[in-house]
Design a protein. Sequence first.
Lengths: 91, 222
Amino acid sequence: MNKKRDRLEVIYDFLRIIQDNHNSIKPTPLLRKSNLSSQSFNDYFEELLSKDFVKEIYDKKKKRYITLSDKGFHYLEKYKTILGFIDDFDL
Amino acid sequence: MIKMMPHFLESGFEAEFLYTLIVVVLCFLVYHKTKEIYELTKHQGIKYFRSAFLFLGLAYVSRFLLHLIILTGISLRFIIPKRIMFFPVFTVPVTYLSTMAIFFLIYSTIWKRIQYKNFLILSNIVAILISVTAFFSRSLILVSILQLIILLFTVMISTRNHKKKKKKYTRTLYFLISILWLINLLLLSPGRIFPPGSKILFQTFSIIVFVVVYFKVLKWIK
């Protein structure tokens, strides 16, 4: 497996976990379920946040939740297409 | 009887225009269709693939302009004796854009195995050097030979670094695109390098290859 493919897969898994949790999950269970180190988790989270794939929301008790943005949902929809395209064109 | 038709219209101008139009539209469609998945992933391979088709499209546009200069220059050679000045100037963008396109196309398939940090700098330097050579030599044959050397060299590296054989078809397609470009460049050279009638054959084959690539893209991105 190449490094870049891994990255795309990690992003997919990350977003998929949020989606599977009714599009709302706290950072700690997300970290646990994503099977990433704290450092990697933070790097991916910051990247996805800055690229507008995920959003942070706070409930009434000021607890932080992570949800998918439209772009995040779009990535999940397109994931199979992206992988197929990369594989087909040997990219 | 005095011929009223301009010389360039008698020299296959319409066919050349149509050919360029089809190829350029296909290249830009490939570039446009892949925009969304690139923006979602920022995948380096997709970036190089898109760049290859953008540069190829621009190379074909500049090749058409060069062809136009050759045709109109010949027909107006008594009016514009210095037409020779236009030729070397227009060989520069043709050479630069096409060399970069070949680099991007091949690198899109090997970037994972050869993560060369200075790829953009090196490819630009080589493309500029060949463009300068084209400007001073005024020889499209020399440009074709230099690009062929680059192509063979990069294909050699690519083959050495591909252990899987299943993607041979895609790489053959890329190789064909590059080779057909070189033939297209040679077709602009003065004198008969290829037998008469071969131009239309090469150009038809070239369009087929670009159509195949476009439909391969469409298979994934509707």
